[in-house]
Design a protein around this ligand. Structure first.
Ligand SMILES: Cc1ncc(C[n+]2csc(CCOP(=O)(O)OP(=O)(O)O)c2C)c(N)n1
Length: 631
């Protein structure tokens, strides 16, 4: 820490402001070093924060935070912001149990103006704040949304801009354009931004605008009047006709170099004088400052531990028996299925690497689509494909599917379309925390008519479920599986149909039955030694489907056992255990049912194992629950 001459003295943006502008380059360099230093040891998001170091320093230098509001989109790039706003000393606890959150959180700091984790919310939230400021007559307050070109592909960003363009509020949108999402950014907007950035005519016009803007400082408080006078001449240029943001009634400035901290300070200071909604287009390099990250920003989006000197990534130790990641089982299996079933199409909203749809994008590119950060569109696009006879596999992280709930109900389920939803990262995901846990999917999917809801306990089951889902006339079919690796080394099993709505018995027993759904059921296996030691005869059923429930199996279970535990990696309220309780009630069974799963609260970050423990459904908690029931 001693080597950080400046950072050690910066405990708030006030401290930062004490330095001369010339020193901001050194401060930026230190901030970058510090992020590399800490994140190499304590993994988290990485390349995105490196890309906005200068922007972060400039924003806190120019704006009067926390009175002025900085609203970071997604928030995975806000490490520099956290470090400059009093969290340097606890930054090493980032994403750890009890430590600071990997995303901005209003519960953590007054400098975190809005809680984030999901993309494309910044413009709407910032506009709300800007309008509220106007209403409260706090017109000197500045509100800044900082949004990446990836996040800008999300529908909400457009909804926000559409509204902002007709408001007078003081909103500054900073478009942090690094030409990357997690994977390379996609879509027509991406193409447009490239065109704006490279168009010679356009840049000539912008240079003139900047030239005029540069004189604003000299002409003092009449800046607004001045800019209005020049407006007509500016408008007569190609701006309005050719610029998307201008066309939406927002002043557009840029593109400018996002790594020139002094220029950023100058421009942001100038922009403070310009009222109304405006966009500053900033060009940055994702991973800036670490060569390997600059070259491969997708891998370095969240690289895990690494050696900061050599840039070598350090692989975490995995259990020897572990299979491959569930996401990879999905990716490879989809290609296998798609080679035989020519109607299969793969869809991901901006997560080709995270979901492993990339495997299909490489193998059969013409039938695999990255649609941008656009979950709603991904679902309705799938509906359109399905209604015209294709067989879409729409892969969305469980938590991001929350975005597209109406599309699932209204566009897919209501029309009974054959769309397969593969929900990755179901259950507690670990260090990404509350915004990213796939906690609600079993509950929110099971209440939708026509929907089949399945969750595999292991890799062969995932394959069988995918195989089953693509058979004719299965209707909307949701398969949810967790983050992480499975348990089957020889996972590439021959696929076979699983009759929809059937569970299976894993282990016979006499004293009590545990009914599990999904991969969390493997924790019951871990508890088995303890059951044997204590001479407890515990039956275990893998129910496989939350909807339809295997009623035949349930009748046999409720007739045999009067003590039952349900286990799910999802919210207890309304989830799998609740479905079992409904069954029990409908059929007047008297068995005592104890439900294990995520309690009715938002769960913060930590390792998956720590969080299972905290939520009382790890192996130990299962053993305790069994003993408690059998007392
Ligand atoms: C609704 C939603 N979908 C997907 C994601 C996953 N995600 C996190 S960051 C990211 C890419 C964001 O790209 P960009 O905004 O350009 O930021 P960069 O990382 O390039 O700085 C994605 C797809 C998310 N956070 N929220």
């Amino acid at each position: 820490m001693d080597s950080y001459k400046y950072l050690t003295k910066i405990n708030s943006p006030e401290d930062l402001k004490k330095y001369k502008e010339e020193e901001l380059i050194n401060i930026s360099n230190e901030l970058r070093e510090f992020i590399i230093d800490v994140v190499s040891n304590n993994p988290g998001h990485f390349a995105s924060s490196l890309g906005v170091v200068e922007l972060t320093v400039a924003l806190h230098y120019v704006f009067n935070t926390p009175y002025d509001k900085l609203v970071w989109d997604v928030g995975h790039q806000a490490y520099g912001h956290k470090i400059l706003t009093g969290r340097r000393d606890v930054f090493h606890t980032n994403r750890k149990l009890g430590g600071i959150c990997g995303f901005p959180s209003i519960f953590e700091s007054e400098y975190d103006a809005f809680g984030v984790g999901h993309s494309s919310t910044s413009i709407s939230a910032a506009l709300g704040m800007a309008v509220a400021s106007c209403m409260k007559k706090e017109e000197n307050r500045h509100v800044v949304a900082i949004i990446g070109d990836g996040a800008m592909t999300g529908g909400m960003a457009f909804e926000g801009m559409n509204n902002a363009g007709v408001q007078k509020s003081n909103l500054l949108i900073i478009l942090n354009d690094n030409n990357m999402s997690i994977d390379p950014n996609v879509g027509a907007l991406n193409q447009y931004l490239l065109d704006v950035t490279t168009s010679k005519t356009y840049n000539k016009v912008k240079d003139e605008v900047w030239h005029k803007l540069g004189r604003l400082k000299k002409i003092g408080p009449n800046a607004r009047e001045f800019i209005q006078k020049t407006e007509n001449s500016i408008k007569s240029f190609i701006l309005k006709q050719s610029n998307l943001f201008e066309a939406m009634n927002m002043r557009y400035f840029g593109p400018i170099n996002g790594h020139d901290v002094n220029q950023l300070v100058k421009i942001l200071t100038d922009l403070k004088d310009i009222k109304g909604p405006k966009v500053l287009h900033v060009l940055t390099k994702k991973g800036k400052g670490l060569e390997v990250a600059e070259k491969d920003p997708t891998t370095w989006h969240a690289p895990g531990k690494f050696n900061k000197e050599t840039g070598e990534r350090i692989k975490p130790k995995t259990k020897e028996t572990a299979g491959i990641k569930y996401q990879d089982v999905f990716g490879h299996t989809l290609v296998e299925l798609a080679e035989k079933n020519k109607k299969i199409i793969g869809i991901t909203p901006a997560m080709p690497s995270g979901s492993s749809l990339k495997i299909m994008m490489e193998a059969i590119p013409e039938r695999a689509f990255d649609v941008g950060i656009a979950e709603q569109h991904a679902v309705t696009f799938s509906a359109g494909l399905a209604i015209d006879g294709m067989m879409p596999f729409c892969n969305i992280y469980s938590t991001f599917m929350q975005r597209a709930y109406d599309q699932v109900i209204h566009d897919v389920a209501l029309q009974k379309l054959n769309v397969v939803f593969c929900l990755d990262r179901g259950g507690l995901v670990g260090d990404d925390g509350a915004t990213h846990h796939g906690a609600f999917d079993l509950a929110y999917m099971r209440i939708i008519p026509n929907m089949t809801v399945a969750a595999p306990m292991d890799e062969p089951e995932l394959r069988n479920m995918m195989y089953t889902a693509q058979l004719p006339e299965k209707g909307p079919f949701c398969i949810r599986y967790p983050r992480g690796t499975g348990i089957t080394p020889d996972w590439r099993t021959e696929m076979k149909e699983i009759p929809v709505g059937t569970g299976r018995i894993i282990k016979e027993g006499e004293d009590l039955a545990i009914l599990s759904i999904g991969a969390i059921g493997n924790l019951v296996k871990e508890a088995e030694d303890a059951f044997n030691t204590e001479n407890l005869s515990i039956a275990h059923y893998d129910m496989r489907f939350v909807k339809p429930l295997d009623e035949v199996l349930l009748h046999s279970i409720f007739k045999k056992f009067n003590k039952i535990i349900t286990l799910e990696d999802g919210v207890i309220k309304g989830g799998f255990g609740s479905a079992v309780l409904e069954f029990k009630n409908e059929h007047n069974y008297s068995a005592k049912v104890k439900r294990l799963g995520i309690p009715d609260s938002f769960i913060e970050h930590g390792t998956q194992a720590q969080l299972y423990k905290q939520c009382a459904y790890d192996a130990e908690a299962i053993i305790n629950a069994v003993k408690e029931m059998l007392k």
